[in-house]
Structures are given as C-alpha cells and as structure tokens.
Design a protein. Structure first.
Length: 152
C-alpha cells in the first residue's frame, strides 16, 4: 500500500496529513519529511483551511484511524461532540458505558492519530480546565478559541 503525506501551515499552527490514498490515516503536529500528497490529502488540506477560516464545522474527507476497539469507540464518541462545545473525560467514559474509565478515555485521546478531524481537543478536565494535548495546550486553546468553546 502506498502512503502519502502533505504538510500544511494553518493560522493555528503547522500540521501534516497522511493518507493511504483512499482515506486520511493521520493528522499530526509539525511537519513530516518528503511530503508527497494525493487527492485525499489535498481534500483534507482544503477542509482544514476552511475550518480555520470559520466556514467549515464538519469534515467530510474519509478517515481510517487504526486502534483498539475501545479507542475506536472513544474516537467515534469524540466525533459526536458538536463544534463549539466540550465534554469531559468522565462524561465520555460514562457515554462509552464505563463511568470509571476517565483515564482510559484520556489515553484513547492521547493515541488519537487524526488530530482536529477527530476532535479530542474538545475534551476538558472535570472542572473545565484544559488538560493534555499532543500538540500542546497552546494549540488546544487555539482550536477551542477558534470554535468559540474556550473563554478565560
């Protein structure tokens, strides 16, 4: 299987997009070496640019994350958190049917391979505080501010 990647500078920071040619497999922070895009990475780049411009709230590009059954369940729940809103780790654990699994939800968020499109940035601590994020808390704060979900 051929893999493709593309770098993208956004107003919120630099990201890279990876694809297997039919779906996005990864969106991460920073840049990757030797990018070689494809129609899927180009479509994702357009959708991310539209998101940053405030004209897109939902992503239509196909996604293909790889993870455990629990991670896949949590990532599906993350995609249900509406634009501009947040949820807590505990609330997601309860929604997943295991109210005591807030830390496991946090680890699933940490392992999310498709940042922004699978919006783990919308998950906050039980008191509403910003907690860990692979791109750093500044990146998470910028994403939430972009969506209007974060107010100091």
């Amino acid at each position: 299987m051929e893999l493709y990647s593309q770098n993208l500078s956004l107003p919120i920071g630099d990201v890279y997009i990876c694809s297997d040619g039919s779906a996005v497999t990864e969106v991460g922070f920073g840049f990757r070496d030797a990018p070689r895009g494809c129609p899927v990475t180009e479509r994702c780049a357009r959708e991310l640019a539209e998101y940053c411009a405030g004209v897109r709230r939902d992503f239509d590009v196909p996604l293909s994350p790889v993870g455990t059954a629990f991670q896949m369940k949590i990532w599906a729940l993350l995609r249900e958190i509406p634009y501009g809103q947040t949820a807590t780790y505990g609330a997601l654990a309860a929604k997943a049917g295991n109210p005591g699994a807030a830390r496991a939800v946090g680890m699933a968020c940490n392992r999310n391979p498709i940042a922004i499109l699978i919006p783990c940035h919308r998950v906050v601590g039980s008191n509403g505080s910003l907690t860990g994020y692979a791109g750093g808390l500044d990146f998470k704060q910028r994403l939430l501010e972009l969506e209007g979900a974060y107010h100091e």
